[in-house]
Design a protein. Structure first.
Length: 451
C-alpha cells in the first residue's frame, strides 16, 4: 500500500488544491495533516482573530474530508518532528505541501528535508497553490524578481494562471488508527473581535460566488468607496487558502468587464508582493529601500492612532473598524498607514505589528510590503507621497457615512462636515487633532530631504 501525507498549511480547501490532488493521484492512501505549529505561537503570530478563523477552517476541512471517506489528523508541536512521526507511523513515501515565500517557510522546508532525510520519504513542494502565479514564474532579465508592479503585471497577464482543479470525490485513509488532537474551536479563543467573519471553505466559496455574481461588476468604480464597502472581503479566505487565488482569477476573468479586470489586477498585486518576499526574505522587517529615516516615537500619538482617537475621523473610523471586525477596508488601510508613517512619521514596523495583532488576513507578504509601499521604503515609485486624511475622506466618503458608522461621537454631524469636526459649532465628545497636517507634512519633507 502506497501512502502519502498531505501537510496542509495555507491551503485549507478541497477545491482547486494541487497538493491534495497530486497526493491522491500518486498514492493509494492519503493522510491529511495539519500541525498546530509551536513556532508560530513562539513568534506571536497566532493572534486571536486568526486563531478563531483557523478553527472554523479546520472544522470545515475535516467535515469535507469526512464526507469523502477521510478526516483531518491534527497534531501539535514542531512541524518537522510531527511530520516525521506520522511518516514513521504510516510508512509514507511522500509528503506533499504548498511552497511558501517567507523566511519561516524556507526554514520549515529545510527542517522537513532534514527530518525526512533518513526515512526514504520524499518532500514534494507544489507551486501556485497559495498564489495565482508562482513566485519566480516570471522574472526580469538578469534579476530574481520584479521590483516594480506594472512590468510584473504585464508578464503576469501574458503567462496566465493554471487551470482550476475540482474537489476530489474520495479520500482514502490508511487502515491503521491514527491519533489526532481535538479540533480547535472558535469558542475557546479569547479576545476575538466581535464582528469577525466566519471562516472555512464553505463560507469562502459562498462569499466568492456571491461576489462574482454581484458587486464584482461595479468593482472598478466602487472599490474605493468606504461607505459602500464594495470590496470582496475575500482576503481572509485567500490568506488561509479556503479560496484559491488561481480559481478566483480565472472566474473573475470569465466575468470580464472593467470590474473583473480591476479585481484581477488586485490579485496580481497580491502575487507581486509574494514574489518580492520570496526573493527578499528580510523585507518582512527590514526596509526594502532604505531612506535613512529617523522615525519619531511619540507613545501618546501612537496610542491615539491604535485606538482610533487621532482627531481625524476617517483614520479613527478605519482603526475602529479594524478593532471590531479584525478587517479593514483597503482605502482605510492606506489612509491609516499613511497617517502613521508620513503624518506622524512613525516607523512602519509599529503599524505593521499592530495590524498583525488584529487582522484576520494578516499575511507577512501582503501586510509588511503594503506597509513598506505606503511608508516609501518599499516598491512605490512615488515614495514621498502623503495622503491627506481630510481630502481623501471627502473624496472616498463624501457624505460621511463611513465615519458616522464607526465614530458614534460624530453621528449627529451631517454630511461632509463630519470630516472636519474642529470646524463644527458646539461641543463634541471627540478629541482635537493630535497634529497639524501642514506642520506634519513639512516635518516629513524635512526628514526626507525634500524641503
Amino acid at each position: 500500500m502506497n501512502v502519502a501525507v498531505v501537510l496542509f498549511t495555507s491551503d485549507l480547501r478541497l477545491h482547486d488544491n494541487p497538493v491534495l490532488r497530486s497526493a491522491l493521484r500518486d498514492a493509494d492512501r492519503v493522510v491529511p495533516l495539519f500541525v498546530r505549529d509551536e513556532a508560530v505561537h513562539r513568534a506571536g503570530f497566532d493572534a486571536p482573530n486568526r486563531l478563531a478563523f483557523l478553527a472554523d477552517c479546520l472544522a470545515d476541512l475535516d467535515a469535507g474530508l469526512r464526507k469523502r471517506g477521510g478526516r483531518l489528523v491534527v497534531r501539535t508541536g514542531t512541524v518537522a518532528k510531527e511530520v516525521r512521526r506520522l511518516v514513521e507511523e504510516t510508512g509514507a513515501g511522500a509528503v506533499h505541501m504548498a511552497a511558501g515565500v517567507s523566511g519561516y517557510a524556507a526554514r520549515r522546508e529545510e527542517e522537513l528535508r532534514a527530518a525526512l532525510a533518513d526515512t526514504g520519504c520524499e518532500l514534494r513542494l507544489h507551486d501556485a497553490v497559495v498564489t495565482a502565479l508562482a513566485p519566480g514564474r516570471v522574472v526580469p532579465s538578469g534579476k530574481d524578481h520584479f521590483a516594480v508592479f506594472t512590468p510584473y503585471f504585464r508578464r503576469w497577464e501574458a503567462v496566465g494562471v493554471r487551470g482550476t482543479l475540482g474537489a476530489p470525490r474520495t479520500v482514502r485513509l490508511p487502515d491503521a488508527t491514527l491519533a489526532s488532537d481535538d479540533l480547535p474551536a472558535r469558542t475557546d479563543v479569547k479576545n476575538v473581535s466581535p464582528g469577525l467573519a466566519d471562516g472555512g471553505e464553505q463560507a469562502g466559496r459562498k462569499l466568492m460566488t456571491s461576489w462574482l455574481d454581484g458587486d464584482l461588476a461595479d468593482y472598478a468604480d466602487g472599490h474605493d468607496d468606504l461607505a459602500g464597502d464594495a470590496t470582496s472581503r475575500l482576503s481572509p479566505h485567500l490568506h488561509f487558502g479556503t479560496v484559491s487565488a488561481a480559481e478566483l482569477a480565472e472566474r473573475a476573468r470569465e466575468k470580464g468587464g472593467p470590474g473583473g479586470e480591476a479585481f484581477v489586477r488586485q490579485l496580481a498585486w497580491r502575487d507581486f508582493h509574494h514574489q518580492v518576499l520570496a526573493a527578499r526574505h528580510d523585507a518582512s522587517w527590514s526596509d526594502y529601500r532604505p531612506r535613512e529615516d529617523r522615525w519619531r516615537s511619540d507613545e501618546d500619538e501612537i496610542t491615539a492612532w491604535k485606538t482610533g482617537h487621532t482627531g481625524y475621523p476617517v483614520v479613527d473610523a478605519a482603526m475602529r473598524q479594524l478593532a471590531h471586525e479584525g478587517w479593514m477596508h483597503n482605502r482605510g488601510r492606506l489612509l491609516a498607514a499613511s497617517f502613521l508613517t508620513k503624518t506622524l512619521y512613525v516607523d512602519w514596523r509599529v503599524g505593521a505589528r499592530h495590524f498583525l495583532e488584529l487582522l484576520v488576513d494578516g499575511d507577512i507578504a501582503n501586510n509588511q510590503l503594503n506597509w513598506q509601499w505606503v511608508a516609501g521604503t518599499g516598491t512605490d515609485t512615488r515614495p514621498n507621497r502623503v495622503l491627506n486624511p481630510v481630502t481623501q475622506a471627502k473624496r472616498y466618503d463624501p457624505h460621511g457615512d463611513y465615519v458616522r458608522r464607526w465614530v458614534p461621537e460624530l453621528a449627529e454631524v451631517e454630511g461632509s462636515a463630519v470630516h472636519e469636526p474642529w470646524k463644527v459649532k458646539g461641543e463634541l465628545d471627540y478629541p482635537e487633532p493630535v497634529v497639524d497636517l501642514g506642520e506634519a507634512r513639512a516635518r516629513f519633507e524635512r526628514a526626507r530631504g525634500l524641503d
